[in-house]
Structures are given as C-alpha cells and as structure tokens.
Ligand binder design. Structure first.
Ligand code: NAD
Length: 428
C-alpha cells in the first residue's frame, strides 16, 4: 500500500479475478494464479563507508514459473513494498505469456535509495542480495534484470557474486548486462521499436497508410526516442513531444506541425530525457506547458513516460482525430479512462503487449548468454519484429472474435496460457 492508499497488488488481483471469471477457471487454478507461488524476504547487512553496519531489506517474489524460469527486474527504491513487488511479479507472468515466451514472472529488489549510497556500498548491497537468494535464482530458475534505479553495472556485480558462489560461468543468470559483457545488441532500441512494430500492424489492420499519419508522444526517454525513430523511418510524422522540465518542475510539450526533428531534439536533451526549453524555442519549436500533447489533433497518441496519464479528467482533451492509443509506458491509462476510450472506439494497444520489446530482447540475451554465442543486431531486431507481430495478431484476432478490447483479449490469452501450463504439469 502506498501513502496515497493505492495498492498495486489489489489492482492486479482484481484484474485477474475479472478475467478468471470470463475464462471460467476452476477454484484451484484461480487460487494458484491470483498470488505468488514463492516469496523470499531477507535482510542484507552492509558495512558502510563510515564503518557502521546498515541492514537493508531485500525481496524476490516468484509469481509463477509453470511456463519457464521466472523473469523480472530488481528495483532499488526507498518506498518499495512487498505488495508492489507481488503485483509487478504477476504482471511479468502475463507479459511473458502474452508474448508466448517460455518464461514465468518474478520481481525483486531492495529498500534503499542508491543516491545515498557510494559505488562501494552499492556493490556490497548487490553482492549481499545474491548471497541471500543464490539458491533460489539462476539461469534455469529465475533470471533477474535491471529495473528502477538499477543498471548494467549492478547486474554485473550480481552475476560476479553468483559465479563466485557457484564456481562456474553463468552469464544467463541475469540480463541487462552491458554489450561486450554478455549483453545483447538491440536492447536499447527494443522497447521503442516493439511499440512501433505493433503500431505498424494496427495501422495496416485499420487500412491506414503510416506515411499519412501523425502522432503525439509523451516522454523523450529510452522508449519514446526509439519509438519516434522507427515511426519516422516508416514515414510517420511526430508533431508533438512532451517531457518533464527539471528546472521549471513541470512538463512541456514541444510542437512543430511539419514534424519534430529527432536528431535535433536529441542534441538538446539530457540523459534523463529532458529537452532544453530555451534551445528548443530558438530552433522554432512552440513550447506549451502541461499536458497539451493530449489535445493534439493527431491520429496516434503514444504515452511513453509515466503511469496514470490518461484519466477520467484528462481524456476529455483527446481529439476526435485520434484512432489509436498505443501504451509505451506502464499503466498510463486508468480503468475509468479505459472504459471511456473503448466507448469512443479508439483502438488501445495495452502496455503489457505494446512495451514488451524489452522483455523479449532480455529473453534473447538469456538465450545468447546460455549458448555463449552472440547474435548481430539485425538478427535481434528481426526476431523481435517477428515475435511482436505474431503476438499483436494473436491479441487482435481474439479481440475481434469476442468483440472485446485488446486489453481484455491480451489478459485472456496470457492467463489461459499460464493456466494450461499449470494443468498440463498436473499442478491443478
Ligand atoms: P526514461 O526515464 O528514459 O524517460 C522518461 C521520460 O518521461 C523522460 O523524457 C521524462 O522527461 C518524461 N516525463 C517524466 N514525467 C513527465 C511528465 N509529467 N510529463 C511528460 N513527460 C514526462 O524512461 P523509459 O525507460 O523511456 O520508460 C518510460 C515508460 O516506459 C515507463 O513507464 C517504463 O516503466 C516503461 N517501460 C520501459 C521499458 C524500457 O525498456 N525502458 C520497458 C517497458 C516499459
């Protein structure tokens, strides 16, 4: 439960219950899938730079591994709660299943603020985390990855400690490693490109020529920048990009009706995806404060920044021109807004399908690391395209067949695949 009273785990369970009912799952399967299979809660003592020992709280939660080893990130966050990690592990199970990856779902982390820790303290925390959990993770059990406030460096420390303890070389025990140290080419582009592979298919289905479309994007970070890159390569025009301004402590939308120039915007942005307002204005961009990106008269909206952006209030700004909303971010649409959008017949491509390119590429990294054979970038992006395209059509076909939203269809596919695996193994 957060300070605002929002409980992600309750939300994940409510979503599950709704679909379980539609799928008519039996009681045992429902019980098995609406909570994690296993939870590990542990303490990590770290000798800090001042010589004193500080005790951190760590987690690893494995929601379900019927389809394969668990997969999911490690977060370092001061407000982390067991319930948030439970919800995130459940969502990982559904994300892997809707993409038909042979993986389950897990999530973990430690309650800490890395900003308050030296590099040495962070390294000891990573090593301490593995020492507590090394018997229950591994290349064929549970494969972590970076998440909020963890990086490729943290993954390398975790891998090194795991290898020291187990006495072998197991680069496939973790993903998100830097390229050259077991990481996969294409990972940087994977999520944003995955969004556009889905968008391309959606436009084809609606009979719209991508070259004649316009889009508004919220965010200018990893997902947004690569989504804009591929969309523009396909000939689409991004007329508006919005991002957070650290100096003014508010967001701005940067607009150019003939289309933004990605290279130009990249050259005036910082590593957190913030665009320099003064430089943007001098380059001829109109800067509009607040959530103006939402009221742009475009064909496509791509929320690729934050959760809870399309709410019952903000969706009133959406123009009649909008045909598709594709969720690059996690959880950008509230359930009330979702209902309204469905009633308006705007096609919404849900987050756990649209932004799954990252986890697909993590799976490719796992495969490459386990084989100790690394693919070139074209192969990675080509296989990513194939997987995203197939999964998109699986979901679209079911949504048409049953006349339900793509979000409901994606949940139905994911949950029924996991339920079938549990049944086939004789668990239920
Ligand atoms: P990022 O930190 O690289 O970029 C975030 C962007 O959002 C920045 O440009 C920032 O300025 C902008 N932003 C923040 N607050 C804003 C606001 N109020 N209004 C407008 N813009 C705002 O993050 P990212 O990796 O691109 O991730 C974006 C979203 O996609 C998150 O929801 C993340 O969970 C999700 N996601 C990311 C990946 C991945 O591989 N990076 C994978 C799956 C899902």
């Amino acid at each position: 439960m957060t300070e605002t009273g929002f409980n992600a785990y309750k939300m994940a369970q409510d979503q599950f219950d709704k679909v379980a009912q539609q799928l008519d799952l039996d009681q045992a399967t429902k019980e098995l899938l609406r909570q994690p299979l296993r939870e590990y809660h542990f303490l990590i003592p770290v000798r800090m730079d001042d010589g004193k020992v500080k005790v951190f709280r760590g987690f690893r939660i494995q929601h379900n591994d019927a389809r394969g080893p668990c997969k999911g990130g490690i977060r370092f966050h001061p407000q982390e709660t067991a319930d948030t990690v439970r919800a995130l592990s459940m969502w990982m199970t559904w994300k892997c299943a809707v993409l038909d990856l042979p993986l389950g779902g897990g999530k973990g982390g430690a309650i800490c603020d890395p900003h308050d820790l030296s590099q040495r303290e962070q390294e000891l925390l990573c090593r301490g985390w593995v020492q507590q959990i090394c018997r229950d993770i591994g290349p064929f059990r549970d494969v972590p990855a970076p998440d909020v406030m963890t990086s490729g460096q943290h993954m390398l420390w975790i891998m090194d400690e795991y290898e020291k303890i187990t006495g072998g070389r197991y680069p496939g025990m973790i993903t998100g490693k830097p390229v050259g140290f077991g990481g996969s080419l294409g990972r940087t582009e994977a999520t944003g490109y995955g969004v556009i592979f889905c968008l391309r298919e959606a436009l084809l289905d609606l009979g719209m020529d991508i070259k004649k479309t316009t889009a508004a994007v919220q965010g200018f970070g990893n997902v947004a920048q690569y989504a804009i890159e591929l969309y523009q390569e396909y000939g689409g025009i991004t007329t508006i990009v919005s991002c957070w301004d650290q100096k003014d402590k508010q967001s701005y939308a940067y607009k150019k009706s003939e289309g933004v120039n990605l290279d130009e915007l990249r050259s005036i942005s910082d590593r957190f995806g913030g665009i320099n307002k003064q430089k943007a204005t001098s380059l001829g961009y109109e800067s509009l404060p607040g959530d103006n990106w939402l009221s742009a008269p475009v064909d496509i909206l791509i929320p690729a920044a934050l959760e809870n952006q399309l709410t019952a209030t903000t969706i009133k700004k959406i123009q009649k021109t909008v045909k598709i909303i594709i969720e690059g971010a996690n959880g950008p649409t509230t359930p009330e807004a979702d209902e309204h959008i469905n009633n308006q017949k705007i096609l919404t491509i849900p987050d756990f399908l649209a932004n799954a390119g990252g986890v697909v590429c993590s799976y490719f990294e796992q495969v490459q690391s386990n084989m100790n054979y690394y693919w070139d970038k074209n192969r990675v992006l080509g296989e990513l395209d194939d997987r995203m395209t197939k999964s998109f059509h699986d979901v679209l076909n079911l949504s048409k067949k049953r006349n339900i939203s793509m979000r409901d269809a994606a949940y139905m596919i994911a949950i029924s695949r996991v339920a079938e695996s549990c049944k086939a193994r004789g668990w239920v």
